[in-house]
Design a protein around this ligand. Structure first.
Ligand SMILES: C[S@@+](CC[C@H](N)C(=O)[O-])C[C@H]1O[C@@H](n2cnc3c(N)ncnc32)[C@H](O)[C@@H]1O
Length: 417
């Protein structure tokens, strides 16, 4: 691949690379970091503060087209869409396409990034280029602040830091830890660049607001707040009517309100306990029983609970009617109950009278709460009606499969008779 000699200024260097659509392939390398971060871009040579590093290359599209694509892209692709403002309009660099360009592989570091995204105009078109915020050593990962505040990986980063999967610290430059970076970042904006800063950030809105706050038509790089939200920025820019911003004057803005939302949507693989729908559980069931005054709850009435899954699976697997005795929890309480019934001659036993059965452990493990359920069975030659009150005091779940209990009882009764 062709290389371009470092020009006088980083801006010229950036323009030279951008217009030719080439990267500094001999100075940068892609490395797989770990399963959490995926790949990353690393410096093979030292860079000085202010140097042009790499262009975030992709397809330049309008905001309308960006919206359309976001509607059809998978979230893994939308994260590669970088919205920014230029000439009072929103644009997007769509780098979703896997090509050999390096800029699309630069990871986020909102705490201690070593680069900053800036907008560079080359041959009348905007390009997004990364410039060093500080000196970068050979071996360091190239990073910049995507902007925004709630990228899913940021929340998980701490956990991952302590459980880095595959690479030793020697192999993967540790990125400095967070906290003072943003402030730092703003102060270190390369002073010699004639480019417009563009935050890769999901939230445009913030940026727009920022622009408005300054009320400036032209912003110097120091003046430009890093901001995530684009929509905000757009509005701002439009208000100011600033269509031409000098290189050091342009606010950064990446995309993302949409993207963020997308990410959040998809990042919702793990729900906090607050978010997890609580299953109706026992209280519901109890109420049901009380309401109806019924001794029996049909399986439809019993709230299904996810954790019953084991039991349900068992039932489905074996199709209830064919549960082997090994699968059926041994329950001494059956005989006890029967004895009780005979003793008292009562057809019904109150739940208090029903002995708890230690051998229900199998069931108990699965059932989260105390349940009382009545099962009517005809047993033995005399078709004696036996009411079984099965009470499971367990940590468990919902009683959802009457059929299972019926089978348990059938088997037990078969033994007894
Ligand atoms: C523009 S891509 C960067 C390249 C990406 N690592 C890859 O292998 O294709 C953005 C994606 O990289 C990952 N990523 C970026 N910064 C990260 C970070 N600081 N920690 C963990 N993952 C990160 C996220 O999966 C994100 O969706």
């Amino acid at each position: 691949m062709a290389t371009i000699r470092r020009r006088n200024t980083p801006l010229k260097d950036a323009i030279a690379h951008a217009t030719r659509a080439i990267d500094k392939a001999t100075e940068l390398e892609v490395k797989y970091i770990n399963s959490f971060k995926g790949r990353g871009l690393f410096a093979k040579v030292p860079y000085q503060k202010g140097d042009f590093i790499v262009e975030y290359r992709g397809e330049l599209i309008s905001s309308q087209e960006s919206e359309r694509r976001r509607g059809i892209y998978h979230s893994k692709c939308t994260v590669f869409m970088f919205d920014f403002c230029w000439k009072e309009r929103m644009w997007c660099i769509d780098a979703a396409q896997e090509d050999d360009s390096l800029g699309r592989l630069v990871n986020d570091d909102h705490i201690y990034p070593n680069c900053k995204m800036k907008r560079v105009i080359a041959e009348g078109k905007p390009h997004l280029c990364l410039f060093a915020l500080r000196d970068i050593k050979a071996g360091e990962e190239i990073t910049y602040d995507y902007g925004g505040s709630d990228w899913p990986w940021r929340k998980q980063a701490k956990v991952q830091e302590t459980a880095s999967d595959t690479l030793s610290s020697d192999e993967v430059p540790q990125s400095p830890s967070p906290s003072k970076m943003q402030a730092k970042m703003q102060n270190t904006v390369a002073d010699t660049l004639s480019s417009e800063e563009v935050p890769h950030s999901p939230s445009f809105s913030e940026m727009q607001a920022k622009t408005q706050e300054t009320g400036a038509d032209t912003l110097s790089s120091e003046e430009v707040p890093q901001s995530p939200s684009l929509s905000h920025m757009q509005a701002k820019t439009q208000e100011t009517g600033a269509d031409t911003l000098s290189s050091e004057e342009v606010p950064q803005s990446p995309s993302l309100s949409h993207m963020q939302a997308k990410t959040q949507e998809t990042g919702a693989d793990t729900l906090s306990s607050e978010e997890v729908p609580q299953s109706p559980s026992l209280s519901h069931m109890q109420a049901k029983t009380q309401e109806t005054g019924a001794d029996t709850l049909s399986s439809e009435e019993v709230p299904q609970s996810p954790s019953l899954s084991h039991m349900q699976a068992k039932t489905q697997e074996t199709s209830a009617d064919t549960l082997s005795s090994e699968e059926v929890p041994q329950s001494p309480s059956v005989s006890e109950v029967q004895a009780k019934t005979q003793e008292t001659g009562a057809d019904t036993l109150s739940s208090e009278e029903v002995p708890q059965s230690p051998s229900l452990s199998h069931m108990q493990r699965m059932w989260m709460y105390m349940r009382t359920m009545t099962v009517e069975q005809h047993v033995g030659q005399g078709h004696k009606r036996v009411w079984m009150y099965l009470t499971t005091a367990s940590m468990g779940q919902h009683v959802s499969h009457k059929s299972v209990w019926l089978n348990v009882i059938r088997l037990k009764m078969a033994r007894l008779h």
